[in-house]
Design a protein around this ligand. Structure first.
Ligand SMILES: Nc1ncnc2c1ncn2[C@@H]1O[C@H](COP(=O)(O)OP(=O)(O)OP(=O)(O)O)[C@@H](O)[C@H]1O
Ligand SMILES: [Mg+2]
Length: 172
């Protein structure tokens, strides 16, 4: 599933880091703390950090809520570039439930390949995806029924003038 419009290519990452969690409730506040402290420490502007954390919280909560009992864990991969931040939340849970198949209105039944479905078509679902869309510039949800889900959130960011990444950039 994906929103339309904004660019979806991966930012030319200068920094990337990956957090790995077990599927347990405590992982969400821990994710928020670690991701927030790291982004702020690297010099990402605080307004963007707040938005990214809210969106990531919804995506991670969805893993716990919808991933299914067998979902062992999930990852939160963050890529940071000169003007963009991309956060990818990946699980190996049940994927998009078949009950949402009608969202593919008028199309043939989904094949086993990963489906990219407009997030807007899930408007009748809860508010989590809407919150993500409101907080970042682009949201995609790539669901493989039975094989998990990847939610990718991209946002333009700015850096503080004394950000460590600026020094990295200047040195390269
Ligand atoms: N990681 C995931 N695994 C499986 N299904 C997912 C996942 N993330 C989202 N979904 C599906 O997308 C739907 C919409 O998600 P959304 O967060 O908008 O709503 P919700 O979680 O149902 O409700 P709310 O977030 O308001 O509590 C979910 O109901 C679920 O069917
Ligand atoms: Mg939700």
């Amino acid at each position: 599933m994906s929103t339309s419009g904004a660019t979806r290519e991966k930012p030319d990452a200068e920094v990337q880091f990956c957090l790995v969690f077990r599927c347990e409730r405590l992982s969400v506040p821990v994710m928020r703390r670690v991701l927030g402290d790291t982004l702020r420490g690297l010099g990402v502007d605080t307004e963007s950090v707040d938005d990214i954390l809210l969106a990531a919280t919804e995506a991670c909560t969805n893993v716990l809520t919808h991933g299914g009992q067998q979902t062992g864990g999930y990852t939160v991969l963050t890529r940071l570039g000169a003007v963009g931040c991309q956060v990818e939340v990946t699980d190996e849970g049940v994927g998009l439930p078949g009950t949402l198949a009608p969202a593919l209105a008028g199309s043939a039944p989904p094949d086993p390949a990963p489906e990219l479905i407009p997030v807007a078509q899930l408007a009748e679902s809860g508010r989590g995806l809407a919150v993500m869309r409101a907080c970042v510039d682009d949201v995609t949800l790539d669901s493989r029924p039975g094989h998990g889900t990847v939610v990718t959130m991209s946002k333009h960011i700015s850096w503080s003038s004394d950000a460590p990444v600026q020094r990295l950039r200047a040195a390269s």
